[in-house]
Design a protein around this ligand. Structure first.
Ligand SMILES: [Zn+2]
Length: 326
């Protein structure tokens, strides 16, 4: 990839980056996702818990007089509730599976698949398992179709058990710790069975890569734009990773078959963590503290945009979620 030399962004520019992006009406968190989340909370065997809040600022150009010169930037602040759904009888000592969406706000398939799974299928597993759904970790970036949150922070580089900077990851770390303590009565030898964090690699990544170069951030390795679904897994979790990928294939979805995945070897649709070089702050790493096996899905398509029909992005993710269960 070519090197682009430019002045690093000022602190002010990073701060304003989020604020100046508008909310996309069709993605409005309160009007589109929250009603579905709350409706699920009403179902028998489902319980809805608010685990935190996240506040976001938006600036809008408001004309206060007849002349355009008098246009002033007005800011408005919104605070969104962060929710998790607990599905099953949590008083029982059953294996617990976790599904996570909306780590990267612009990747709409994660929240939509997590909610569809909760709505259509989760109940049929509850005679054997407990299930936790985090439908949308970053509501602000979700409704603005952004990868990054306030301050242009990538929350999937900030998922630390202690010391996260972002409000979303501080809340998540606290929430996972608390749930583990509640379920396993503080016994750190006991763990959740598995967690899956649902991601996409869409068309927008090409533009983000260019902006990253300008802002002095991380570059993606998208010399080949992958097509289909792949999984990022820890080496210890390869058995379950293979089962998940097998299920995606069996259900008729394309698994990425390039020789490499983000520049690392492709093991039949699986990118092994230890081969990707040192990475930190990923949501799968945060969950790994409390979970036996942890995965990230990537559904990739250079043609994937907000206009892509929901089923196209949701169905492969659903197949991966199903593949996680025994
Ligand atoms: Zn992502």
């Amino acid at each position: 990839m070519c090197e682009i030399k430019s002045e690093p962004w000022s602190e002010e520019k990073f701060k304003k980056w989020y604020q100046e992006r508008p909310i996309v009406t069709a993605r409005d968190y309160v009007n589109t996702l929250v009603p579905r989340i709350k409706a699920l909370g009403e179902r028998a065997g489902f319980s809805l818990e608010k685990y935190g809040e996240a506040s976001y600022t938006t600036r809008s150009n408001t004309i206060v007089s007849d002349t355009i010169d008098d246009a002033v930037k007005k800011t408005s602040k919104v605070t969104h509730d962060l929710f998790r759904l607990l599905i099953g009888d949590f008083s029982q000592d059953r294996p617990c599976y976790i599904v996570i969406g909306g780590t990267h706000g612009y990747e709409k398939g994660g929240p939509l698949a997590a909610l569809k799974f909760a709505e259509k299928e989760a109940a049929q597993y509850t005679d054997r398992f407990n299930i936790v759904i985090y439908p949308c970790l970053s509501p602000g970036p979700y409704e603005k179709e952004l990868r990054f949150t306030e301050g242009r922070i990538d929350i999937n580089r900030d998922a630390f058990l202690d010391g996260a900077q972002s409000q979303e990851m501080k809340a998540l770390a606290k929430s996972v710790k608390e749930l583990h303590t509640r379920l396993f009565k503080g016994d750190l030898n006991k763990k959740f069975a598995a967690a899956i964090d649902l991601h996409e690699t869409p068309f927008m990544d090409i533009a983000i890569d260019k902006e990253n170069a300008e802002a002095g951030g991380e570059m993606f390795e998208l010399d080949i734009f992958p097509k289909g679904l792949f999984l990022i897994a820890f080496e210890d979790d390869l058995k379950l990773a293979n089962k998940i990928i097998q299920n995606v294939r069996t259900e008729g979805h394309h698994v990425v078959d390039d020789d490499t995945l983000y520049g690392s070897p492709n093991h039949g649709g699986i990118l092994i963590m230890s081969e990707m070089g040192p990475v930190t702050g990923r949501v799968r790493q945060l969950f790994k503290h409390f979970t036996t096996a942890c995965f990230t899905t990537e559904y990739c398509d250079v043609g994937l945009t907000d206009e892509t029909p929901d089923a196209e992005r949701v169905d492969p993710q659903m197949a991966a979620i199903r593949g996680m269960f025994p």
